[in-house]
Every structure is written in structure tokens, then in C-alpha cells.
Design a protein around this ligand. Structure first.
Ligand SMILES: Nc1nc2c(c(=O)[nH]1)N[C@H]1C(S)=C(S)[C@@H](COP(=O)(O)O)O[C@H]1N2
Ligand SMILES: [Mo]
Length: 300
């Protein structure tokens, strides 16, 4: 794919921590200046509250470890992530169990600083490390009749205390239309802040789809299936009226129980003003064409 995404956010939009500081200091030089100039338009007007390592790693949703925001940080260390393999099957030329290290050796890692908007109307800015899902799919060889990609999270009850409760139908499942999956913004993340993903953020490999509500960004992936049918997805199965298959960030389509017009940026402090939510979470220039002709209030 010729087109590669250019970051519209800079390291000034995230709070540096530890080893990350050096990098930021370097960037504050000539390069930092150039990158800031790129962050034009709507993003520049929005005062981006910085997110810290602490915000990103302690305020989490990972229901396999509990439904509280602090539960994943408290419990996810119980999850064994080595060895790790991802089964890629369905409509692919080279199905199989791909070892995570083997995948890494084939992929080019890069950093992407993305806005991240949860359906619960909070948001963060996160510096991910990862590779494009399109590159992984190319490795497996997508067949011409494939139309969707289905994803599954690890389901290992003895390491996942939250799965004792049937809040969702485990394993956690998500899905994308193939063109969404192949889009250059769609990332398979392996790290944050230049370090490996902490377990609570979906180690060792999770999806990041920045123009969709956070629940589409499925964590700790063990299976990827190419299919010709729209796959069942966990939140949609649990409540189809509230959570659609597409779940594109859309300030104009309210959740049945709350407005999606604004969001609370985590780390902004108790009295921070809520920010307006942007269509497609600010990525409309890149992705709106995927949905031309669709009624986004119906296909929410
Ligand atoms: N397997 C799995 N993936 C998941 C979830 C989950 O509960 N289980 N929660 C989702 C939701 S609702 C959000 S907002 C993001 C949160 O990612 P973070 O904790 O890294 O910020 O993960 C998504 N991926
Ligand atoms: Mo979420």
C-alpha cells in the first residue's frame, strides 16, 4: 500500500515519562517544530490535555479482569503472554498458527499517536507502537471472496477472574469490514510509549481503530478469521440497540442513555471543560469515504 499515515499529533500532546523524556527532548528541537506545524485544523484548536503513562495504564477497560477501571491494572499480571500465537484462518491462502515473535520479525514497527475515544464518552491521546493490520493480512494472503475480519481475545478463565461473570459472552469478539481492516490507519499495537504493551492494555497484540469507539479495539488477540459474513461481536451481542457493528465515533448519534456530542479527556483534572467530539474522532478526511452512501444513524 503506497499511502502511509502521517501523525497529526506530536509528543507534546502526550505526557512523557521515564525513558520517553529523552526522546521528547530531542524532538523539542528542529523536528518538534516541524511536527507541531502539521497539527493544524481542528486538532490545533482543541487544547489537547496530555495523557500520562499512569492514565493509560491504570484507567482501563478489559472486562476479562473485572469491570472496574482499576481492575485490569490490578489483575492482568495473571495473564501469561509467552509463548503467544495467533491463529489466522478462514478465507486466507496461508492459514495457520503464527507465533507472535515470528509475526514481529516480518513486520515493520512504527509509532502512531492517536486520539482514543471510548463509547462511555471519555478519551485519551495514546502513543502506540505497532504495524498496519493490512501488512499482517497480506502475510496470510486474503482470498478474493473475503469481506470481513473477525477477531477473538484469549479466553483463559484461570488467569482471567472477570470471566467468572457473564457480563459478556466470552471470548471477547470484534470485527471489521475488510476495507476498514485494510485501511492504513488500522493498527495492530504491540506497545505504548515506546515500551511493550502492559498486560492491562492488551499484551502482546491488540487492535487499534482510532475512528471507532474504543470497544472495537480488541485486546490480547489469539485468532483472526477472514469471512464473507458480518461476524458476531461481543457488545453488539450483549445489547444490539446500544452497540452497533460499525461503532464509528459520531457526535450526532447519541447512545440511547447518553449524548456522544462531547467527551471528557482523561487526565484533564476535575474541572476541565468537556471537549466537543469530532466526527470519526477527527479522522474523517481519511475514512469518511469508506461510508459514502451509508446512513450512519442506522448503521451506527
Ligand atoms: N478483550 C477485550 N478487549 C477490549 C475490552 C475488553 O473488555 N476486553 N474493552 C474495550 C474498551 S470498551 C475500550 S475503551 C478499550 C480500552 O483500552 P485501554 O484500556 O488500553 O485504554 O479496550 C477495548 N478492548
Ligand atoms: Mo470503551
Amino acid at each position: 500500500m503506497a499511502y502511509r499515515w502521517t501523525n497529526d499529533l506530536t509528543h507534546d500532546d502526550v505526557t512523557p515519562h521515564g525513558a520517553f523524556l529523552n526522546r521528547r527532548q530531542i524532538m523539542t528541537g528542529a523536528a518538534g517544530l516541524g511536527l507541531s506545524a502539521l497539527a493544524g485544523g481542528a486538532q490545533a484548536e482543541q487544547a489537547l490535555e496530555p495523557n500520562s503513562w499512569e492514565d493509560v495504564t491504570t484507567y482501563c477497560n478489559f472486562y476479562e479482569f473485572g469491570t472496574g477501571k482499576g481492575d485490569p491494572a490490578a489483575n492482568a499480571h495473571q495473564m501469561t503472554t509467552t509463548p503467544w500465537s495467533v491463529k489466522i484462518d478462514g478465507l486466507v491462502d496461508r492459514p495457520g498458527d503464527y507465533d507472535f515473535q515470528e509475526i514481529l520479525s516480518e513486520m515493520t514497527l512504527e509509532e502512531r499517536i492517536y486520539r482514543f475515544r471510548c463509547v462511555e464518552a471519555w478519551s485519551m491521546v495514546v502513543p502506540w507502537t505497532g504495524f498496519e493490520l493490512a501488512d499482517l493480512l497480506a502475510m496470510a494472503g486474503v482470498q478474493s471472496n473475503a469481506k470481513y475480519v473477525a477477531f477473538e481475545t484469549l479466553y483463559r478463565p484461570d488467569e482471567m477472574p472477570g470471566t467468572a461473570y457473564r457480563v459478556l459472552d466470552w471470548p471477547y469478539r470484534e470485527g471489521l469490514r475488510l476495507d476498514e481492516a485494510m485501511h492504513p490507519l488500522t493498527l495492530m499495537a504491540t506497545g505504548i510509549f515506546g515500551k511493550d504493551l502492559p498486560n492491562q492494555n492488551g499484551a502482546p497484540l491488540r487492535l487499534v481503530v482510532p475512528w471507532k469507539y474504543g470497544f472495537k479495539s480488541i485486546k490480547s488477540i489469539v485468532r483472526i478469521t477472514l469471512t464473507d459474513q458480518e461476524p458476531p461481536t461481543s457488545w453488539n451481542m450483549s445489547n444490539a440497540r446500544e452497540y452497533g457493528f460499525y461503532s464509528n465515533v459520531n457526535p450526532e448519534v447519541s447512545h440511547p442513555r447518553w449524548s456522544q456530542a462531547t467527551e471528557r479527556r482523561i487526565g484533564g483534572g476535575l474541572f476541565a471543560k468537556r471537549q466537543p467530539t469530532e466526527m470519526f474522532n477527527g479522522y474523517g478526511d481519511e475514512v469518511a469515504s469508506l461510508y459514502s452512501g451509508m446512513d450512519l444513524a442506522k448503521s451506527f
